[in-house]
Design a protein around this ligand. Sequence first.
Ligand code: HPA
Length: 273
Amino acid sequence: MEYNFEYYKKAADYILKIVGHDVEIGLILGSSIGSVKEIIDVEKIIDYKDIPNFLISTAEGHEGKLIIGEVKGKKVVAMSGRFHYYEGYTFEQLSIPIRVFKLLGVKKVILTNAAGAINKSYKPGDIVLIKDHIKLTGSSPLRGKNIEEFGPRFFDVTDMYTERLRKLAKTIAKKESIDVKEGVYFFATGPQFETKAEIKAMGILGADLVGMSTVTEALTAAHTNIEVLAMSLVTNMAAGIVDKKITTEEVEEIGKLSRDKLKKFISSIIEAM
Ligand code: HPA
């Protein structure tokens, strides 16, 4: 499959025709946050399956709809349902949502996820701003022929989770008495949770968190000059950090307990962006 500029443009043009205007901020919020519709004054909802050249959500709890509307007066596009490598997509396919966002006019994205804590000072329910990531999986969403319209072949990622947006988020957190931490996110492909030995290795390498999403989106955004703010909700201590098995139920339970805090935080950040 050749992903050229026209491929992404076809998807974006379909959306723009329905929506009739550009959007400024893109949101890809993990399913643990619940329904993203609750923070958006919804204008339009478009099924992924109706968008030409888009992907279809297969992950549980991920709805498969693109939502366009406003948050605190700012035009946003949100994915209700994100795409993960473990679903079987290629890395190249995982560039689609963010590149389509770019063509809708998006300048900044907020990405959230559920993650396991490697850092022992974290606890379930914590919000952690991602300051950097480690991805040792030997591929990238930017692999393949470069599309100059989106960005250069080689590109800098030293401040991809920009300090500017992290500072802004920290200021808001302080104002709203929300405790936030900062850490390094390790991209794991899943779908299995990690082995104890893997988590130990990740910790030695400098990771504070581990999860199965976000990094492909963040890299695609960085390539095309979209500013990224990413954060994790700690849903469990990673394998072997505590002597206990990881269950999907605990991941979902913590998500449910913390989603109101996270939603309020994200709305306030959007207002200030
Ligand atoms: N590992 C990977 N992904 C996750 C975890 C984890 O422990 N918790 C939530 N998402």
